[in-house]
Design a protein around this ligand. Sequence first.
Ligand code: ATP
Ligand code: MG
Ligand code: MG
Length: 555
Amino acid sequence: SGFVPSTNFIQSIINEDLKEHVYDRVHTRFPPEPNGYLHIGHAKSIALNFGIAADNKGLCNLRFDDTNPSKEEVEFVESIQEDVRWLGFDWEERLYYASDYFEQLYDYAVQLIQSGNAYVCDLSAQEIREYRGTLTEPGKESPYRNRSVEENLDLFRRMRAGEFPDGSRVLRAKIDMASPNMNMRDPVLYRIMRSHHHRTGDAWCIYPMYDYAHPLSDAIENITHSICTLEFEDHRPLYDWTLDTLGIKPRPKQIEFARLNLTNTIMSKRYLRELVEQNYVDGWDDPRMPTISGLRRRGFTPASIRDFCDRIGVAKSNSIVDVALLEHCIREDLNSKAPRVMAVLRPLKLVLTNYPAGQEELLDAENNPENPQMGSRKLPFSREIYIEQDDFMEDPPKKFFRLAPGQEVRLKHAYIIKCEEVIKDESTGEILELRCTYDPETKSGGANSGRKVKGTLHWVSALHGLQAEVRLYDYLILDEEQKKDEEVADWKERLNKNSLEKLTNCYVESNLAGAEPGSRYQFLRQGYFCVDTKESSRDKLIFNRIVGLKDSWSK
Ligand code: ATP
Ligand code: MG
Ligand code: MG
């Protein structure tokens, strides 16, 4: 038997199309508008389009849908390519720009005019809205609707030639002002807009609308299956009308799927742009951003994002995915890959009074208990170490199995210690350091390592540890309740004011000296961390917490 791709409703449509010879091949495209950075929702669309092409031995284009110059920039064109590539997808030579089709799109518009299917309309934007009617009321025909073909051709040519001011005229399709589908009530195809385009410069002062440019771009590229999000379902009749009226066969097929929504996340580019422009975050790649570049800087792996996209599947109706699933995917990926190391985020000094001053030793520490092939490393140990402040309580509740006066714990990979004395600042009462003794007989891996105590703590040798900065992140958006993109106006009220915590006095084990930017570790008992690619340096290591260890994902 042949290769059977995993089935989702889109694959079922494709199977049927291939069986019925509607198409004899599969060709998809990912069509971002270069007006911002890609986000995790785009990753879903990328994985879907490139995945479907691969599953069907077909092709997938990367096409910049750059028909609206007002917000488009080269910076975005470049970041989008970097992000798609980083996710692990390859368009090879199939990189296209809708703006490369401007001349063809113009010619098609002339054809529509010649066949009596488009006209130049002088109504203002406001009037066009008023004439369009409502869902319950048919629209009114424009007084310009019955201009002659000759007049329309002349006016459209002059629109292109720059004879008319911005917004003074549009080209409209002549369809049906009484259609129950508002998109079919003589939609605008072209508008006059003097705006510099990042590729075509000032060559054009008329620009095509998405609903017109998109089906034709698909047709020009011989796309078979044009996958888009659900809000375009109502636009499909116009997609089909455009291609059918121009006699284009075989017609690419528009298929809609539900866009990805995530809890605690707003994805619309408009909102992400505001976060960046108003300096709520440190750029599009801030580790809290749901952008691909933000996730990358945070420490997410391409594999974890692809795995996430696979797991959520494709749906026909909108829903909200728990962001805990994305976090689950990165934990799954890093569990067997990330070396374990020790880092103390909020240090409390601890002196082992019976450990000889000036003595040090190297302990054996496994790099990853989940993956013995990762071997072991040497961990320096000495008389003074740091432990985590909250691993000690002077007056602990009953089941506190960490350190307390008179209580014993094991130091991971090292010895059992006992807390003998608490040194405090006399005036403030602040705990300055702990005095402990260690039991030399209990060295981990040694002959008498079997003695059991309830708690095991991570630690860093004060003599050897490297001072580092650690950045802890929380969700940018507090509210669990997801709102539609149109409703994000109030996002500022839902903004988490405490989404970033910078800890500047952390200590990490000396083995992290020279850790490469972008490398990922599990800090024992703390979570997964990644060396920041933007600000970390050899002199001052900076780590981003990718995710904590506790998995809140439940199926
Ligand atoms: P946004 O509304 O977030 O600004 P967009 O749809 O305007 O996104 P485009 O650059 O036009 O952004 O999107 C490129 C492709 O990615 C489109 O096919 C679009 O449907 C898809 N896409 C965008 N957001 C999502 C999402 N949340 N889930 C799935 N696909 C998405
Ligand atoms: Mg779009
Ligand atoms: Mg958009």
